[in-house]
Design a binder for this molecule. Structure first.
Ligand SMILES: *Cc1c(COP(=O)(O)O)cnc(C)c1O
Length: 399
């Protein structure tokens, strides 16, 4: 049996480590980094054949690089997609998707609860090129139905949402998209393919910020798009022409990150679940937002489409901004940074950082209150996280 055939029926833990392994003449065991901008041809005939596509092989690293290809193949196998194209960042993946599948006059329907920069891309830049953008509430199915029409080309969601863990029904939205021949795009950054595989639920394209859990250790920026052979070919043409390519070094970091992704996602979720349950029992905590809690209004849907709650939770404290800031300022270990999906736990105050650009009204509508804090739960020992927060709570709520 050849090794590729063997892997066809392998488990995700195995695919994360073995897919796309690159045999080289040097017989290196770890995947080599091909730090080269171009590739040589043996003859004029071969050069012509590579450029015309008749002879497969590398040409130029803006659109062909073996290290980048390992990352792409590995991520595609985990998402159970036919193909993948890597991009310079998560934002580059979203921009590439827009350039490939939208033109002036087309309509895009997106959730209001998207990553802030994604909303700016849609509302400031896509609108500038004549794309009509409709934003609807993540969970309002009738609003989605009303917003979709024959000119709709893409539906775009992120589930669970940041920071409130709202769940979008992927199967429902993919049926809705297909009813008007549109495509459903799912940003799968929070769950990763280990916990949720949107393509199997009917989505057409999956977006990743490799910067988050895929790397998982906060070392580099990257992104990817996964989907069918024909859709990814379109996206790859955009990368080739417009240039938001992933560097081989960043691809290497991300592909090594993928090797431990299954283990990490299980542990991130286990820690987040324990921390969420503990937070629910602490005084001065008004509410905990985490899809793994039975108190979550969409707990049943979350159980249906994702394996567990993933590693991001948020909670609202009594005392508004001053109490929330006091907690942030009194943690000893948890990092104050807007990044997420890192082995290191991080804490942010969304109302004045990630969601600071929203108007007071929009914050209110989105549930981003002044007392809300988000934690990306890392892989430190759970008792140390609780201890860190207990000390910070004592400072914030003393007297
Ligand atoms: C961070 C993030 C992005 C953007 O990714 P970058 O790699 O920072 O460009 C997109 N979507 C979600 C959900 C994110 O968290």
């Amino acid at each position: 049996m050849n090794p590729k055939t063997f892997l066809e029926t392998a488990h995700p833990e195995t695919l994360a480590i073995r897919t796309g392994q690159l045999p080289t003449d040097e017989q290196s065991h770890s995947e080599p980094i091909f730090c080269t901008s171009s590739f040589i041809f043996k003859s004029a005939e071969e050069a012509a054949g590579r450029f015309s596509g008749e002879i497969p092989g590398n040409i130029y690293a803006r659109f062909t690089n073996p290290t980048v290809r390992v990352f792409e193949e590995r991520l595609a196998s985990l998402e159970q997609g036919e193909a993948c194209v890597a991009t310079a960042s998560g934002m580059a993946a979203i921009l590439t998707t827009a350039l490939a599948f939208l033109q002036a006059g087309d309509e895009l329907v997106a959730s209001k609860s998207l990553f802030g920069t994604t909303l700016v891309l849609f509302e400031k830049y896509l609108k500038k090129f004549g794309v009509i953008v409709h934003l609807v509430a993540q969970n309002d199915q009738s609003a989605w139905k009303k917003a979709v029409n024959q000119r709709t080309k893409l539906l775009f969601i992120e589930t669970p949402s940041n920071p409130l863990n709202e769940i979008a029904d992927i199967a429902f939205l993919s049926d809705l998209a297909h009813s008007v021949s549109a495509k459903l795009v799912v940003d799968n950054c929070f769950c990763t393919p280990v916990l949720q595989q949107p393509l199997l639920l009917g989505a057409d394209l999956v977006i990743h910020s490799a910067t988050k859990y895929l790397d998982g250790q906060g070392r580099s920026i990257g992104g990817a798009i996964v989907g069918s052979q024909s859709l990814i070919k379109e996206a790859h043409q955009v990368i080739r022409t417009c240039g938001p390519s992933m560097s081989p070094f960043n691809a290497w970091i991300a592909l090594k990150g993928l090797e431990t992704l299954p283990l990490r996602m299980i542990k991130h979720s286990e820690n987040a679940q324990a921390l969420a349950e503990w937070l629910e029992c602490q005084p001065s905590i008004k509410k905990v937002f985490y899809a793994g809690l039975t108190s979550h209004p969409q707990y049943a849907l979350a159980q249906k489409q994702q394996v567990n709650g993933s590693g991001i939770l948020s909670f609202e404290v009594e005392g508004g901004r001053s109490a929330a800031w006091s907690i942030v300022n009194n943690v000893n270990m948890i990092s104050i940074t807007a990044n997420l999906g890192d082995t290191k736990s991080t804490i942010t105050h969304p109302a004045t950082t990630t969601h600071g650009r929203l108007s007071a009204e929009d914050k209110q509508a989105a549930g981003i209150t002044e007392g809300l804090l988000r934690i990306s739960v890392g892989l430190e020992h759970i008792e140390d996280m609780k201890r860190d927060l207990t000390i910070a709570f004592q400072q914030a709520f003393k007297g």
